[in-house]
Design a protein around this ligand. Structure first.
Ligand SMILES: Nc1ncnc2c1ncn2[C@@H]1O[C@H](COP(=O)(O)OP(=O)(O)O)[C@@H](O)[C@H]1O
Ligand SMILES: [Mg+2]
Length: 466
């Protein structure tokens, strides 16, 4: 972080300094979790559903924070503002403006943002000091907090941009104006809140619109709604594709998956071709890798560096397609981070691939925020699961009442011989599975964040001795 005095912070945020020395300096991290407040930092107090950050203001200062950003008076050094996210945005923007040499990339899409951000960051870090968010720090809080970590040594910002409505991405792009914008796909994540896929496309395309004329829009040529964003930007367009036939400059051909679903492919660019083998699991990581490659290429990385970097990149964020092989021969796919129709399909495809020598089981929770299409979407996913491989899943376990339509969908497949099982909660799902699993079976665990199925996955991974 660039050191900022409390007087500067008050000026940038339009806030009022209370109980503080105007010359006291914030040089440590800006955090919204008081437990993470540390020496020289700034604690932004936010009123959440369960607790109010203002109650922890004193604790944050006791832990070393220089001051607190607050919306109501607290008894410690503080800057009082009307709106904390807006204040964080203003601070982040002032940091960006003070660092004109930093090249900023934004990544958006309905699925794969974090995976792509992690891949891209691991490439770009090879070019110079890079700041990228941990996990999914991608909204009006996480985004400015990430940007605020930049300092004079930073050369690149690789940012994940999320939207739950129109205008959200435009807002994040004003906080840290990207010159490079990556759009992965337009899918059903949060489609209920948006009101349909066209609205999702409108929202994600705000990234393309925000790019300057000397910027680069990196677009997925395999998604027509993404490709159409080419018409909404002044920036130069660079496309990527994993289709067998395409005129995109950055492509993957000869895509293969190993036994654990790790893709290898030939990376084609205008400069030549190179073999790539990913350490990540699932075919859906091929477009993610291409997007990261196209970005790194625009930032000046050569083909060998890109291929090498992709092959070395690891999964940095938890619970996304983690594949765990148990000593008893059972394989667990922990993809419990989140779920929407496209990402569940991607995960079921990976499950089908991994289960070629055994039986496939899926523990699925419900997919949140789908709006009016929710029931039909769950039924379609259930049907999809019942059709994989030669005989579909051996068992589909739906966790919670809202996930029950998955089972109705699976039962629509007359030829399906697997079991449709309802579990009220994760513990019940584990119990149902316990006396069914045999060596060489593969289990997928996936649901929306709210279902917290990562505990189920962890329990499964830990069973049968480590
Ligand atoms: N390109 C993609 N297309 C479809 N599904 C994907 C893609 N990339 C990832 N996924 C699925 O979405 C899950 C979440 O991935 P993540 O990178 O965290 O996405 P996001 O940050 O957009 O929520 C993955 O575990 C996987 O199941
Ligand atoms: Mg994410």
């Amino acid at each position: 972080m660039i050191p900022l005095s409390l007087a500067q912070i008050a000026r940038v945020t339009g806030g009022q300094l209370c109980h503080g020395d105007p010359d006291a300096v914030v040089s440590g991290e800006v955090v919204i979790d008081s437990r993470r407040a540390g020496p020289g930092g700034l604690f932004a107090a936010v009123a959440g559903e369960r607790s109010d950050g203002h109650d922890f203001a004193a604790a944050a200062v006791a832990a070393g924070a220089t001051a607190v950003l607050a919306t109501r008076p607290v008894m410690v050094p503080s800057v009082l503002v009307a709106d904390v996210p807006a204040a964080l945005a203003a601070l982040a923007r002032s940091v960006v403006d003070a660092l004109p040499a930093v090249r900023i990339a934004g990544i958006t899409g309905s699925s794969g943002k974090t995976s792509t951000k992690d891949l891209a960051a691991q490439l770009v870090e090879r070019l110079g000091p890079t700041i990228a968010p941990a996990g999914s720090y991608n909204n009006e809080f996480g985004h400015p907090l990430t940007v605020l970590r930049a300092d004079a040594a930073t050369r690149y910002l690789v940012l994940e941009l999320s939207a739950r409505g129109i205008g959200h991405i435009a807002y994040l792009c004003r906080v840290a104006p990207p010159r490079y914008g990556v759009v992965l796909n337009v899918g059903h994540a949060h489609a209920g809140e948006f009101g349909g896929l066209d609205q999702v496309a409108r929202a994600k395309g705000e990234l393309a619109e925000a790019l300057p004329a000397d910027g680069v829009a990196i677009l997925n040529a395999d998604d027509p709604r993404v490709l159409a964003m080419a018409g909404r930007t002044e920036a130069r367009i660079v496309t990527f594709s994993s289709a067998p036939v395409s005129d995109a400059p950055v492509r993957a051909v000869d895509i293969r998956l190993d036994d654990l679903g790790r893709p290898s492919f030939t990376l084609l660019t205008p400069e030549g071709s190179a073999p790539v083998t990913l350490r990540l699991h699932g075919a859906h990581n091929v477009p993610n890798a291409l997007a990261a490659a196209a970005l790194a290429r625009e930032l000046g990385m050569d083909l060998d560096g890109i291929a090498d970097g992709l092959g070395a990149a690891v999964a940095r964020s938890r619970w996304r397609m983690e594949v765990h092989q148990r000593p008893d021969g059972v394989t667990v796919i922990n993809d419990a981070y989140n779920a929407n129709p496209e990402s569940v399909r991607a995960a079921i495809d990976a499950l089908a691939h991994l289960a070629q020598g055994g039986r496939a089981f899926a523990i699925l929770g419900h997919m949140a925020e789908l709006g009016g299409t929710s029931r039909a979407s769950h039924e379609d996913i259930g049907e999809y699961a019942a059709r994989i491989g030669d005989s579909g899943l051996a068992g589909l376990i739906a966790v919670g009442e809202e996930a029950a339509p998955l089972l109705d969908g699976a039962r629509r497949v007359r030829s399906w011989t697997g079991e449709a099982l309802a579990a009220p909660d994760g513990a019940a799902a584990l119990e149902l599975l316990a006396n069914r699993l045999k060596p060489s079976d593969v289990v997928l665990v996936k649901a929306s964040r709210a279902a917290h199925l990562e505990g189920v996955a962890a329990a499964l991974e830990g069973e049968a001795g480590q």
